[in-house]
Design a protein around this ligand. Structure first.
Ligand SMILES: [Zn+2]
Length: 338
């Protein structure tokens, strides 16, 4: 898999549609741009081909800095252009470009290795990987360490953050070993709020001289971590309305994203004698009975928790999962505070 390398943002980006991305970037591409502050900000774009906010960020940068110096050097990776052309997360049977950053034998792994080595040679200031969700979620940043700089980066993007260590093969986990790193979840592709927040963060970090050396105030960042992943058992029919099915969710289920729910909250109704939902941890261990119980057709939470990344997209649910259960993770102590 070829990595093209260029030193400018092509003007032809201006009106580029995702399905035409290869007219500008025929292959995955590394773009190095020189700016006033030499330590580059790494931007990672289009790792998932159907998540297009990052392409809009590139268009903004091209317009904004066509004839104005960049406040900071940039190293931009334009990732899975083949999947972007097709409007897919990744091509069928090919690697997910956000699972290739911890070594492996495929051509995509070699590509990621090449990008990481290029970054390690230039002491990046920070790394920002730009993504979208499929369901209706507020915007949030994901970090992979509780270092003050990474938390500062998250708080500058949104008041909501997620901390995770698994999967360990993502871009931000790899780059968190090189510099402060974040994954931006900018809502659905095309959401203006997420795009504006991503652009503002990139603009801010290009002008920033140093990150905070203490954790953010808990009022400026609520940090969550995943405690379980919720799947619907494979042979179970489900609907997001009251029409006949094995499992019925409320039509407004996605509104519960990042809303704390108390123990006893009802998540769904089922006509089945056994729970048709399964909760698993990151290693696949079954945690269902820790979180859910079935009472006269109602599926209830056995403890307070916060659901997130809920999707009502049937294909996503079947291929991935319904949602994640999260709990709030306290921020590290602010030294010197009372
Ligand atoms: Zn993504």
């Amino acid at each position: 898999m070829q990595l093209d390398q260029i030193d400018h943002l092509p003007r032809s980006l201006a009106h580029l549609r995702p399905d035409r991305v290869r007219s500008v970037f025929p292959n995955p591409t590394l773009i190095r741009l020189t700016g006033d502050r030499p330590e580059p900000l790494v931007l990672s774009t289009l790792l998932h081909g159907n998540e297009t906010t990052s392409l809009e960020v590139l268009k903004h940068l091209q317009r904004r800095y066509e004839s104005t110096p960049l406040p900071r050097s940039l190293m931009i990776f334009v990732g899975n252009v083949l999947a972007t052309e097709q409007g897919l997360r990744h091509l069928p049977g090919e690697m997910d470009f956000n699972r290739i950053w911890a070594g492996g034998d495929s051509p995509a792994h070699a590509l990621a290795q090449q990008v990481q080595e290029a970054a390690m040679g230039v002491s990046p200031f920070a790394s920002i990987d730009i993504h979208n969700n499929t369901g209706t979620n507020p915007i949030y940043g994901c970090v992979n360490t509780l270092r003050p700089a990474d938390l500062d980066l998250a708080a500058r993007f949104a008041p909501l953050g997620v901390f995770y260590l698994n999967p360990a093969t993502t871009q931000s986990v790899a780059f968190s070993k090189i510099c402060p790193a974040i994954t931006l979840e900018c809502g659905r592709s095309g959401d203006v709020e997420g795009l504006m927040a991503a652009i503002e963060l990139v603009e801010t970090i290009m002008r920033l001289d140093h990150f905070a050396d203490h954790p953010p105030d808990p009022r400026s960042l609520r940090l969550f971590e995943t405690v379980g992943r919720v799947e619907i058992v494979p042979d179970c029919t489900f609907r997001f309305d009251p029409k006949p099915a094995d499992l019925n969710f409320d039509a407004g289920l996605e509104d519960l994203n990042f809303q704390p729910l108390p123990a006893g909250a009802c998540l769904a109704l089922t006509s089945r004698p056994h729970l048709p939902l399964r909760v698993v941890d990151e290693h696949g261990a079954d945690l269902t009975s820790d979180f859910l119980e079935l009472q006269t057709g109602q599926i209830r939470l056995t403890q307070g928790l916060t659901p997130a990344m809920i999707t009502t997209d049937v294909t996503n649910i079947r291929q991935d999962c319904l949602c994640y259960f999260m709990r709030q993770r306290p921020l590290p102590e602010r030294s010197g505070s009372v």
